[in-house]
Design a binder for this molecule. Structure first.
Ligand code: BGC
Length: 759
């Protein structure tokens, strides 16, 4: 019996490996044959990625795209959609060029394609990997039906600075959670076979450390020790690579004084040699050209630097296209470097199945049937509701009843275009469901919903203009602030409960949208204060693309539901949670600071040599501030429910273990409230003594469970030596014997504690 099992196991491992080898050999033979026929110009042409002229994110827009395709000067096109347009462009490539090499078609499919899901920061707060994978799967199905085969996602940049607008596009501050999400997204997009017509190739970005720009200013300088990089910032990129991500995008920032796009250590030594990445590297938008401003040389020089660093495809800037041949003749790059880049591009086209059928992703019928359909929107509604984080709920203000009169007030209440949030380039902004529409739909005839705008986004019309771009307007109301407020108070006077839909506009976060003041803007804050003065119960439905500073709100508003930017089904999912049809279960993936001065503030920090004593908030000659405690407003992992959970003490299967063994840590979680709810049970570990200083806590596991009222479940985590490993000062991944603390709880602050030893 045992031997049959081992034969089966051997077959299970050996057969796929052999099959993989055979298909790689077939691909290599095909590409070798093709490359033998290619001229140097045709090879360099493959390294050129242009925009199709729809949505763009930089000031440069590609021109003469059709004639460049015809001349064999285009390897890929992005931001062009619809099967008809893509088919037309592909036809030029496969009919009118000498070697008939098809083009790859990409797009920023970041959190949905036509059916929009919550912004990635919101999605990450579900802590539900199945849902996150589903969102990517649906996005891939829709995008591939519309002609696309490549997405510039997932964005996995760890971010600990909420001033940075692009914190909205990532998964927050934690490398472990970020790594799980990176894997789920890659799996969701790519499935198990890239050549299927409903999967698309993923691109992990922005490699690397883009989230660590100084002062939260976009595109800014980054400088970081290798130990921090390896332990805290690189894991999510590596997780994506381990999950088989097809492509990697460079980042705009510098690393060790060299822009990432020219950083040979990063792309050749680390990514390809150490991590074994076999795919293609693409630059970010004009990142090659931007190295001129970084002070790295002229276009010829920076293009050569990028190629030599291990970059394969040049996005939009055409530095490769216009200078590499000259550099080859002048000995500044080698034929081998050009060949390798070209081969990697062709390999991707091969794996996508484009050489077999260049139109496999162009299917008008599928585009109509599989895009933005009811089934997808139904899933989006559930996913959005699960991303909301209940920050406060004094006296069970929420859920509200589907009865009486509800006043819905605020500049984000009657708005569709902002609901999908930033990076929703393919969404139709007329379609998302507004909060007003959602409340009406879900409440039906049981409750009367009355509405007033109450204020503009901000008093400063110029700031409002900058914060409402790409057609995502809030429709500035030219009445005076006083008139808007008066109207809102009149409406509020009719109501039993007030729902205030306030916060950021969609484009207050995202690319090039950093803020130094991350509170609720001026006039909205005045509105909120006035609404509270009515003495009626007020629920703040907070739209946010980042952790915001909300100390005043926490002190004064009875209930705060953070809904991020929920996507297509914004209004319905918000109504589901407000009325209690869905019990909120989101947990923060990034710390909310008390004020901007505390930034960067993150839970997995070091202890320092002068930590504060427990429970203290100021001690002279300790690491702290005079004017604010070190505490966050809401810690990482935090999020309330309409029910309550209690945690038993931790039981350990043993107190010490050796490498090769494991310890099981268990807690019993009980739903102590009156309704069913979901809870994310979180496991953290602290390495008490190390050869380098270790964080005060690190997330090492989590499980999302559902409990009926009164129900208990025992949740167990198996801990092995792998969970205790970190990169030491020689950058070796090791576990060091000694004492560890283990914490299990409902967030990173409120935990039970136990201890164990690694022998
Ligand atoms: C962004 C990338 C994006 C690219 C293409 C750049 O500005 O940094 O994240 O994928 O544009 O749109």
């Amino acid at each position: 019996m045992k031997s049959i099992l081992s034969i089966l196991l051997l077959l299970y491992i050996v057969v796929p490996v052999t099959a993989q080898k055979a298909s790689d050999a077939k691909m290599n033979a095909f590409i070798n044959g093709l490359m033998q026929k290619m001229t140097i110009d045709e090879k360099i042409g493959q390294l050129n990625l242009l925009t199709g002229g729809e949505a763009t994110t930089g000031s440069v827009v590609s021109s003469g795209v059709e004639s460049k395709i015809k001349n064999g000067q285009v390897g890929g096109i992005f931001s062009m959609s619809s099967p008809a347009r893509i088919r037309k462009a592909q036809e030029i490539a496969v009919r009118q060029t000498r070697l008939k090499i098809p083009v790859i078609f990409g797009m920023d499919v970041i959190h949905g394609y036509k059916t929009m899901f919550p912004i990635p920061l919101g999605l990450s707060c579900t802590w539900n990997m199945n849902l996150i994978e589903r969102s990517a799967r649906i996005a891939a199905t829709e995008a591939s039906a519309d002609g696309l085969n490549w997405t510039f996602s997932p964005m996995v940049d760890i971010a600990r600075d909420p001033r940075w607008g692009r914190i909205s596009e990532g998964n927050g501050e934690d490398p472990y959670l970020g790594s799980q999400i990176a894997k789920a997204m890659v799996k969701g997009y790519q499935g198990d076979d890239l050549s299927k017509n409903n999967t698309i190739m993923a691109c992990v970005k922005h490699f690397a450390l883009y989230g660590a720009g100084e002062a939260g200013r976009d595109y800014n300088t980054t400088d970081m020790s290798r130990v921090r990089m390896y332990n805290e910032y690189l894991p999510p990129y590596k997780a994506a690579v381990d999950a088989g991500v097809g492509t990697v995008m460079t980042s705009f920032n510098e690393i060790d004084g060299i822009p990432a796009t020219a950083n040979k250590w990063l792309f050749t030594d680390l990514l390809r040699k150490q991590w074994g990445f076999k795919g293609m590297v693409v630059t970010d938008y004009t990142a090659v050209n931007e190295m001129i401003d970084h002070g790295m040389g002229d276009l010829q020089q920076v293009s050569a630097l990028a190629l030599r660093a291990g970059v394969d495809m040049d996005m939009v800037g055409e530095g490769f296209l216009t200078t590499l041949k000259k550099s080859l003749h002048e000995g500044k790059v080698t034929q081998k470097e050009i060949d390798e880049a070209c081969r990697r591009v062709l390999e991707k086209k091969y794996k996508l199945g484009l050489f077999d059928d260049p139109y496999r992703y162009c299917n008008e019928e599928r585009a109509v049937k599989e895009t933005y359909n009811e089934a997808n929107r139904k899933e989006a509604r559930a996913i959005s509701a699960e991303s909301f984080v209940l920050l406060k709920n004094a006296n069970n203000t929420l859920p509200i009843k589907k009865a009486g009169t509800i006043a819905l007030i605020g500049p984000l209440a009657d708005n569709r275009s902002n609901m999908p949030g930033t990076w929703s380039v393919s969404a139709d902004f007329t379609k998302p469901i507004s909060v007003l529409e959602g409340l009406k739909q879900v409440a039906g005839s049981n409750a009367k919903i009355v509405y007033a705008k109450g204020s503009n986004l901000t008093e400063d019309s110029l700031l409002e203009q900058r914060s409402t771009m790409f057609g995502k307007t809030l429709g500035r109301d030219n009445r005076s602030d006083e008139a808007l407020l008066k109207e809102a108070l009149d409406i509020a006077a009719q109501a039993d409960v007030i729902v205030a839909a306030l916060g950021e506009a969609a484009e207050m976060t995202g690319e090039s949208a950093s803020r130094t003041d991350i509170g609720i803007p001026d006039v909205q804050h005045t509105l909120l204060k006035a609404l509270l003065k009515t003495g009626k119960p007020v629920v703040l439905v907070l739209f946010a693309g980042r952790p915001m500073t909300l100390v005043w709100e926490q002190q004064n508003v009875p209930a705060i539901l953070n809904v991020w930017f929920p996507g297509s089904e914004a209004g319905t999912s918000i109504a589901d949670v407000l009325f209690g049809d869905v019990n909120p279960s989101g947990k923060l993936s990034a710390t909310f600071p008390q004020n901007v001065g505390q930034i960067p503030l993150y839970y997995n920090h070091k202890n320092t040599g002068r930590p504060l004593a427990d429970g203290q908030w100021f001690q002279k000659f300790r690491s702290n501030y005079l004017d604010v405690s070190n505490d966050p407003l809401y810690p990482f992992g935090f999020g309330l429910s309409y029910t309550t959970f209690s945690y038993s003490d931790i039981t350990l299967s043993k107190n010490a273990f050796k490498p090769g063994e494991k310890i099981t840590a268990s807690v019993t979680v009980t739903n102590t409230g009156n309704i069913t709810g979901k809870e994310v049970v979180q496991l953290y570990i602290r390495d008490l003594v190390g050869s380098i200083t270790r964080p005060v806590k690190e997330l090492k596991g989590f499980q999302k469970i559902e409990l009926k009222a009164g129900e208990s479940k025992t949740v167990s985590f198996a801990i092995t030596v792998e969970d205790l490993k970190f990169y030491n000062s020689d950058l070796k991944f090791v576990a060091e014997p000694g004492d560890f603390k283990l914490f299990i709880g409902t967030n990173s602050r409120d935990v039970k504690e136990a201890g164990f030893k690694l022998l």
